[in-house]
Design a protein around this ligand. Structure first.
Ligand code: 8YV
Length: 325
């Protein structure tokens, strides 16, 4: 008998095909995110559930899981959409797909770091709207990237991949993390560690948010901390929206108390407030940090390896335990 697996979203064809070969996999042909009712039905029937960031597997849903549900093999790195502690208490293992999307996410972070100070999107809009009437010495001036200080909050594999790229662009690297990275990494990146965000924020020119969303990092960048940024600072978020108090960020941007922002994630995704959309000094992307064909295949491979290893009776390679969060 094949194991019953439910996929909550459409995955690349090759991943779905392999899943059908290996398991009794129910696919989501419409790709519509599951409603709460569908999620409850899924945890009551699946032996393995494959959710994504768009499924809110909170304690009350996990509580309703039937005894057959043994593994939640999430397609993605962040697990803030899953109450991992509640799952553990119910004896359900949780896995994710770390590592394989770090380089892609770092590329998007760099794209935003370049796009906002150099006004790339504004420039494109100018041409398309017929408003460009030729080169001018004072036209479309932005700010130089080379020589600027980049502050990274969250120096995991994505933060480090951003730091490597940023260094090549001539930025100096500052970071805040729960603990300093290995000395060899710090040396390679010539990175400066700050024990507190408060120490780092006033000293940097560009801020990149790359920590996971956990109860400890929710609104880490609240009004008070954001106000420590200098008015010339740019902020880029490719991590999770709720690490920033979005309302406070919008206030700072509208009052020109910071220079601009590049966002790929939002506090109330998928809703993006018109207050952000109306601002001229922001570039907004639809959560595409890891959206490459290669990345999606690698994520699918990881999900399959996690499921198969688990079913073979071993600890899956990407098991998430509450202590890690
Ligand atoms: C993924 C992400 O596309 O993996 C993550 O944590 O934020 C995304 O880039 C998404 O999670 C897929 O579930």
């Amino acid at each position: 008998m094949k194991t019953k697996i439910i996929l909550t979203r459409r995955l690349p064809d090759s991943v779905e095909t392999r899943m059908r070969e290996l398991f009794d996999a129910t696919l989501n042909q419409t790709d519509q995110p599951f409603t709460e009712k569908q999620l409850i039905e899924a945890v009551k029937t699946a032996e393995v559930l494959v959710p994504t960031v768009t499924d809110n597997l909170n304690a009350s849903i996990i509580e309703k899981a039937g005894p057959q549900l043994r593994l939640i093999a999430s397609f993605g790195t962040g697990v803030d959409h899953i109450d991992v502690k509640a799952a553990r208490e119910k004896g359900i293992t949780v896995t994710n797909t770390p590592g394989v999307l770090s380089e892609d996410t770092a590329d998007v972070a760099l794209a935003l770091i370049l796009a906002v100070p150099r006004r790339i999107v504004q420039g494109d809009a100018k041409i398309r709207s017929g408003q460009w009437h030729g080169w001018s010495p004072t036209g479309m001036l932005g700010h130089r990237i080379n020589g600027k200080r980049l502050g990274i909050i969250g120096m995991g594999s994505i933060g480090q991949a951003i730091a490597r790229r940023a260094k090549a662009f001539g930025m100096s690297i500052h970071y805040h993390n729960r603990k300093p990275v290995h000395q060899s990494t710090e040396l390679e990146l010539e990175a400066t560690y700050w024990e507190t965000v408060e120490q780092m924020l006033p000293r940097i020119d560009i801020l990149s948010v790359n920590c996971p969303s956990t109860p400890a990092t929710h609104h880490l960048l609240n009004k008070q901390r954001l106000s420590l940024l200098s008015p010339h600072t740019y902020l880029v978020n490719t991590g999770r929206g709720d690490v920033i108090e979005e309302k406070a960020l919008i206030d700072l941007l509208s009052e020109n108390k910071i220079a601009g922002a590049g966002l790929d994630v939002y506090e109330h995704e998928p809703s993006v407030t018109s207050d952000l959309i109306d601002l001229p000094n922001v570039v907004l992307l639809p959560h595409i940090g890891s959206a490459t064909i290669e990345g999606r295949h690698a994520m699918g491979d990881k999900v399959i390896i996690n499921i198969q290893t688990f079913l073979d009776g071993h600890t899956p390679p990407d098991r998430v335990v509450p202590a890690m969060l």
